[in-house]
Design a protein around this ligand. Structure first.
Ligand code: DX5
Ligand code: ZN
Length: 233
Protein backbone atom coordinates (compact mmCIF):
# COMPACT_ATOMS: atom_id res chain seq x y z
CA UNK A 1 0.00 0.00 0.00
CA UNK A 2 1.24 3.43 -0.91
CA UNK A 3 0.37 6.70 0.72
CA UNK A 4 -3.02 8.25 0.10
CA UNK A 5 -2.86 11.36 -2.05
CA UNK A 6 -3.87 14.78 -0.77
CA UNK A 7 -5.11 17.32 -3.31
CA UNK A 8 -4.66 20.94 -2.29
CA UNK A 9 -6.27 23.54 -4.57
CA UNK A 10 -4.42 26.86 -4.41
CA UNK A 11 -6.77 29.81 -4.03
CA UNK A 12 -4.28 32.00 -5.88
CA UNK A 13 -6.13 31.10 -9.09
CA UNK A 14 -9.63 31.41 -7.58
CA UNK A 15 -11.96 34.35 -8.18
CA UNK A 16 -11.12 36.47 -5.11
CA UNK A 17 -14.37 38.41 -5.38
CA UNK A 18 -16.22 35.14 -4.79
CA UNK A 19 -13.71 33.52 -2.46
CA UNK A 20 -16.13 31.82 -0.05
CA UNK A 21 -18.06 30.28 -2.96
CA UNK A 22 -14.87 29.12 -4.63
CA UNK A 23 -13.67 27.50 -1.41
CA UNK A 24 -17.01 25.71 -0.83
CA UNK A 25 -16.92 24.55 -4.43
CA UNK A 26 -13.50 22.90 -4.13
CA UNK A 27 -14.46 21.48 -0.74
CA UNK A 28 -17.56 19.85 -2.27
CA UNK A 29 -15.44 18.80 -5.24
CA UNK A 30 -13.26 16.59 -3.03
CA UNK A 31 -10.26 18.72 -2.05
CA UNK A 32 -8.26 17.47 0.96
CA UNK A 33 -6.47 20.70 1.90
CA UNK A 34 -6.84 24.36 0.97
CA UNK A 35 -3.54 25.92 -0.13
CA UNK A 36 -3.18 29.61 0.72
CA UNK A 37 -0.27 31.48 -0.91
CA UNK A 38 1.04 34.41 1.13
CA UNK A 39 3.35 36.76 -0.80
CA UNK A 40 4.97 39.97 0.39
CA UNK A 41 6.45 41.68 -2.67
CA UNK A 42 9.96 41.14 -1.21
CA UNK A 43 10.67 37.44 -1.04
CA UNK A 44 8.68 37.04 -4.26
CA UNK A 45 7.70 39.69 -6.81
CA UNK A 46 3.97 39.58 -6.07
CA UNK A 47 1.50 40.48 -3.32
CA UNK A 48 -1.41 38.38 -2.13
CA UNK A 49 -3.14 37.94 1.21
CA UNK A 50 -2.41 38.00 4.94
CA UNK A 51 -3.78 36.81 8.29
CA UNK A 52 -7.25 38.45 7.98
CA UNK A 53 -8.04 36.35 4.90
CA UNK A 54 -6.85 33.19 6.67
CA UNK A 55 -9.13 34.07 9.59
CA UNK A 56 -12.08 34.58 7.23
CA UNK A 57 -11.38 31.35 5.36
CA UNK A 58 -11.30 29.43 8.64
CA UNK A 59 -14.94 30.42 9.19
CA UNK A 60 -16.20 29.16 5.83
CA UNK A 61 -14.44 25.81 5.38
CA UNK A 62 -13.63 22.64 7.24
CA UNK A 63 -10.67 21.95 4.96
CA UNK A 64 -7.30 22.20 6.74
CA UNK A 65 -5.64 25.49 5.76
CA UNK A 66 -2.24 24.82 4.20
CA UNK A 67 -0.58 28.24 4.42
CA UNK A 68 2.53 28.76 2.27
CA UNK A 69 4.54 31.75 3.47
CA UNK A 70 6.56 33.37 0.69
CA UNK A 71 7.65 36.25 2.87
CA UNK A 72 10.98 37.64 4.02
CA UNK A 73 10.27 37.86 7.74
CA UNK A 74 8.27 34.71 8.32
CA UNK A 75 9.30 34.50 11.99
CA UNK A 76 7.57 37.76 12.81
CA UNK A 77 4.25 36.61 11.35
CA UNK A 78 3.97 33.08 12.74
CA UNK A 79 1.95 34.11 15.82
CA UNK A 80 -0.60 35.97 13.71
CA UNK A 81 -1.05 33.20 11.16
CA UNK A 82 -1.35 30.60 13.93
CA UNK A 83 -3.96 32.74 15.66
CA UNK A 84 -5.82 33.21 12.37
CA UNK A 85 -6.32 29.44 12.12
CA UNK A 86 -3.59 28.06 9.86
CA UNK A 87 -3.42 24.25 10.17
CA UNK A 88 -0.09 23.99 8.36
CA UNK A 89 2.44 26.80 8.18
CA UNK A 90 5.16 26.29 5.59
CA UNK A 91 8.27 28.48 5.54
CA UNK A 92 11.09 28.85 3.00
CA UNK A 93 14.59 27.86 4.09
CA UNK A 94 15.88 30.82 2.03
CA UNK A 95 13.97 33.21 4.34
CA UNK A 96 14.63 31.50 7.68
CA UNK A 97 18.27 31.47 8.82
CA UNK A 98 17.30 29.86 12.16
CA UNK A 99 15.04 27.23 10.64
CA UNK A 100 15.01 24.94 13.66
CA UNK A 101 13.82 27.77 15.88
CA UNK A 102 11.19 28.74 13.30
CA UNK A 103 9.85 25.18 13.12
CA UNK A 104 9.71 24.98 16.92
CA UNK A 105 7.85 28.26 17.07
CA UNK A 106 5.24 26.94 14.63
CA UNK A 107 4.80 23.66 16.54
CA UNK A 108 4.64 25.34 19.95
CA UNK A 109 1.48 27.01 18.74
CA UNK A 110 -0.15 23.69 17.88
CA UNK A 111 0.28 24.23 14.15
CA UNK A 112 1.80 21.64 11.81
CA UNK A 113 5.17 22.79 10.50
CA UNK A 114 6.18 22.70 6.86
CA UNK A 115 9.46 23.61 5.20
CA UNK A 116 10.13 24.35 1.57
CA UNK A 117 12.80 25.43 -0.89
CA UNK A 118 13.03 27.10 -4.28
CA UNK A 119 13.88 25.03 -7.37
CA UNK A 120 17.55 26.14 -7.35
CA UNK A 121 18.06 25.48 -3.63
CA UNK A 122 19.63 22.10 -2.80
CA UNK A 123 17.62 19.64 -0.73
CA UNK A 124 20.66 19.14 1.50
CA UNK A 125 19.78 22.41 3.27
CA UNK A 126 16.81 20.60 4.81
CA UNK A 127 18.47 17.31 5.86
CA UNK A 128 18.86 18.29 9.50
CA UNK A 129 15.28 19.49 9.97
CA UNK A 130 13.34 16.64 8.34
CA UNK A 131 12.72 14.78 11.60
CA UNK A 132 10.94 17.83 12.98
CA UNK A 133 8.53 18.61 10.18
CA UNK A 134 4.98 17.57 9.29
CA UNK A 135 5.25 18.63 5.68
CA UNK A 136 8.05 18.96 3.15
CA UNK A 137 7.09 21.10 0.18
CA UNK A 138 9.09 20.87 -3.03
CA UNK A 139 8.62 23.92 -5.28
CA UNK A 140 8.34 22.91 -8.92
CA UNK A 141 8.23 26.51 -10.19
CA UNK A 142 9.95 29.66 -9.00
CA UNK A 143 7.40 30.99 -6.51
CA UNK A 144 5.44 34.15 -7.13
CA UNK A 145 2.82 33.35 -9.71
CA UNK A 146 0.23 30.79 -10.66
CA UNK A 147 0.05 29.27 -14.12
CA UNK A 148 3.76 28.56 -14.62
CA UNK A 149 5.22 25.41 -16.17
CA UNK A 150 6.41 22.49 -14.02
CA UNK A 151 10.23 22.28 -14.02
CA UNK A 152 10.99 18.65 -14.98
CA UNK A 153 14.35 18.44 -13.20
CA UNK A 154 12.46 18.76 -9.91
CA UNK A 155 11.27 15.15 -10.28
CA UNK A 156 14.72 14.02 -9.21
CA UNK A 157 14.53 16.21 -6.10
CA UNK A 158 11.13 14.73 -5.22
CA UNK A 159 12.58 11.23 -5.49
CA UNK A 160 15.53 12.20 -3.27
CA UNK A 161 13.15 13.70 -0.73
CA UNK A 162 11.09 10.48 -0.72
CA UNK A 163 14.20 8.45 0.07
CA UNK A 164 15.24 10.78 2.90
CA UNK A 165 11.77 10.76 4.48
CA UNK A 166 11.44 6.97 4.22
CA UNK A 167 14.88 6.53 5.78
CA UNK A 168 13.69 8.23 8.97
CA UNK A 169 10.21 6.67 8.81
CA UNK A 170 8.74 10.14 8.50
CA UNK A 171 5.01 10.44 8.00
CA UNK A 172 5.37 14.03 6.77
CA UNK A 173 3.42 14.97 3.68
CA UNK A 174 5.66 15.33 0.64
CA UNK A 175 3.92 18.12 -1.21
CA UNK A 176 4.68 19.49 -4.68
CA UNK A 177 3.68 23.00 -5.76
CA UNK A 178 3.76 24.63 -9.19
CA UNK A 179 2.56 23.55 -12.61
CA UNK A 180 0.77 20.45 -11.29
CA UNK A 181 -1.95 19.23 -13.68
CA UNK A 182 -3.97 16.10 -14.40
CA UNK A 183 -1.39 15.26 -17.08
CA UNK A 184 1.68 15.20 -14.83
CA UNK A 185 0.12 14.07 -11.53
CA UNK A 186 1.06 10.47 -12.19
CA UNK A 187 4.80 11.05 -12.64
CA UNK A 188 4.95 13.41 -9.65
CA UNK A 189 3.34 10.80 -7.41
CA UNK A 190 5.49 8.05 -8.92
CA UNK A 191 8.52 10.08 -7.82
CA UNK A 192 7.20 10.00 -4.24
CA UNK A 193 4.86 12.94 -3.69
CA UNK A 194 1.85 12.45 -1.41
CA UNK A 195 0.27 15.92 -1.73
CA UNK A 196 -0.36 17.94 -4.89
CA UNK A 197 -0.96 21.69 -4.88
CA UNK A 198 -2.81 22.84 -7.96
CA UNK A 199 -4.09 26.32 -8.74
CA UNK A 200 -4.65 27.16 -12.39
CA UNK A 201 -5.24 23.55 -13.47
CA UNK A 202 -8.25 23.33 -11.14
CA UNK A 203 -9.68 26.86 -11.11
CA UNK A 204 -9.46 27.30 -14.90
CA UNK A 205 -11.95 24.44 -15.30
CA UNK A 206 -15.71 24.70 -15.03
CA UNK A 207 -16.12 21.35 -13.33
CA UNK A 208 -13.91 21.25 -10.20
CA UNK A 209 -15.28 17.83 -9.17
CA UNK A 210 -14.34 16.22 -12.46
CA UNK A 211 -10.91 17.87 -12.46
CA UNK A 212 -10.03 16.85 -8.91
CA UNK A 213 -11.33 13.32 -9.54
CA UNK A 214 -9.24 13.07 -12.72
CA UNK A 215 -6.14 14.32 -10.88
CA UNK A 216 -6.68 11.82 -8.06
CA UNK A 217 -7.30 8.99 -10.50
CA UNK A 218 -4.13 9.85 -12.43
CA UNK A 219 -2.16 10.05 -9.18
CA UNK A 220 -3.48 6.71 -7.99
CA UNK A 221 -2.32 4.94 -11.14
CA UNK A 222 1.25 5.71 -10.13
CA UNK A 223 3.18 3.00 -8.36
CA UNK A 224 4.57 4.83 -5.38
CA UNK A 225 8.10 4.20 -4.16
CA UNK A 226 6.79 2.86 -0.82
CA UNK A 227 4.55 0.38 -2.63
CA UNK A 228 7.45 -0.71 -4.82
CA UNK A 229 9.54 -1.32 -1.72
CA UNK A 230 6.78 -3.48 -0.23
CA UNK A 231 6.46 -5.52 -3.41
CA UNK A 232 10.22 -6.15 -3.49
CA UNK A 233 10.34 -7.34 0.09
C1 DX5 B 1 3.44 29.71 -6.69
C2 DX5 B 1 2.49 29.28 -5.61
C3 DX5 B 1 1.62 28.16 -6.03
C4 DX5 B 1 0.67 28.52 -7.15
C5 DX5 B 1 0.53 27.30 -7.99
O1 DX5 B 1 4.23 30.72 -6.20
O2 DX5 B 1 3.22 28.87 -4.46
O3 DX5 B 1 0.91 27.60 -4.93
O4 DX5 B 1 -0.59 28.93 -6.74
O5 DX5 B 1 -0.22 27.62 -9.11
P1 DX5 B 1 -0.26 26.66 -10.37
O6 DX5 B 1 -0.87 25.36 -9.93
O7 DX5 B 1 -1.13 27.41 -11.31
O8 DX5 B 1 1.14 26.49 -10.87
ZN1 ZN C 1 2.09 27.68 -2.91
Amino acid sequence: MGHSIHIAPSILSADFARLADEVSAVERAGADLLHVDVMDGHFVPNLTVGPPIVESLKKVTRLPLDVHLMITNADAFIPEFAEAGADYLTVHVEACPHLHRTVQSIRERGVKAGVTLNPATPLSLLHEILEDVDLLLIMSVNPGFGGQTFIPSVLKKIAEARILLDKINSRALLEVDGGVKVDNAREIVAAGATALVSGSAIFSQHDYTATIAAMRAAAETAVQPAARATVNR
